[in-house]
Design a protein. Structure first.
Length: 280
């Protein structure tokens, strides 16, 4: 966990929610009132965000006492209690929604990722996330993918060169794009992997002739062409399939022999896992 990044996120999220004070709690609950609450699971799935929740409680009020019963990555069932929190009721109520928003979102992502990883368990193919994440929440969402058993693709624009179709078109073709990327890395003394997206077998042939990349993304290929592409690449480059891949057809894509499958749906349209924080 990147503590500095997480604490900045918590600070911003609390400022957004709290403003100049939790006036409902301030007006209805006497200052100094002590209480306890339990985080109840209301839907089966994979739990994610416990470690983050502990940091949120700590930032809100370091005197809060949190008892953890379940861990990130655990399979959870309806009615189970993930944690108890004891202490100042105003502090519990300030932390409540941020804890739930994060854990529900992260657990939904981890649950979906885990389902797809389970589907692919008898193949060599690994599942990747994408940059199709919620602005400001990318670190948390990609963390949840890992908890669910998936693999993180690049984190942002800075940690990999990924030459996509627009880059190829703007650069004036595949050869120009690859050569320019190699020159850029050399001139700037950067050690980054190069991946290139191809849209058809003709573009793949150009990449295979030129070389100079680490991974080839086969975008929106049908199954017949995807199998042909994997055969042509023949292990010389890491392969990744993308585009139109769902939970229902992911196994068919894996059967084509690719090393990775990237799915934006892991993060851009996932359903949150239901849970609540209740006083007791």
């Amino acid at each position: 966990m990147d503590t500095q990044l997480i604490h900045q996120f918590i600070k911003n999220a609390l400022a957004e929610d709290l403003g100049d004070g939790d006036h409902t709690s301030l007006s209805t609950i006497a200052k100094g009132t002590q209480g306890k609450a339990k985080l109840i699971i209301k839907e089966n799935g994979i739990l994610a965000g416990i470690e983050l929740a502990l940091e949120i409680f700590k930032v809100v009020d370091s005197n809060l006492n949190v008892e953890v019963f379940l861990n990130d990555g655990d399979e959870v069932k309806v009615g189970e209690v993930a944690l108890n929190v004891l202490g100042d009721t105003h502090s519990i109520l300030i932390a409540e929604r941020l804890v739930l928003n994060c854990m529900q979102r992260m657990s939904g992502i981890a649950t979906k990722t885990h389902r797809i990883v389970s589907i692919l368990k008898d193949t060599k193919t690994k599942i990747l996330d994408t940059r199709k994440t919620t602005p400001g929440l990318r670190y948390l969402e990609k963390w949840a993918v890992r908890i669910g058993g998936g693999v993180n693709h690049r984190i942002g624009l800075y940690d990999m060169i990924l030459i996509k179709d627009n880059h190829v078109d703007y650069a004036g073709g595949i050869a120009k794009a690859i050569n320019a990327a190699q020159t850029y890395l050399k001139e700037n003394n950067k050690q980054l992997q190069i991946e290139i997206e191809v849209r058809n077998l003709e573009e793949l042939s150009q990449v295979l002739e030129i070389g100079g990349v680490d991974r080839i993304m086969l975008d929106n290929f049908n199954f017949e062409n995807l199998k042909s592409a994997v055969s042509l690449i023949d292990g010389k480059f890491v392969t990744e399939a993308s585009g139109g891949i769902t939970e229902d057809n992911v196994l068919d894509y894996a059967a084509c022999g690719v090393d990775f499958i990237s799915m934006g749906a892991l993060t851009h349209s996932v359903k949150s896992l239901d849970m609540s924080l209740k006083a007791y």
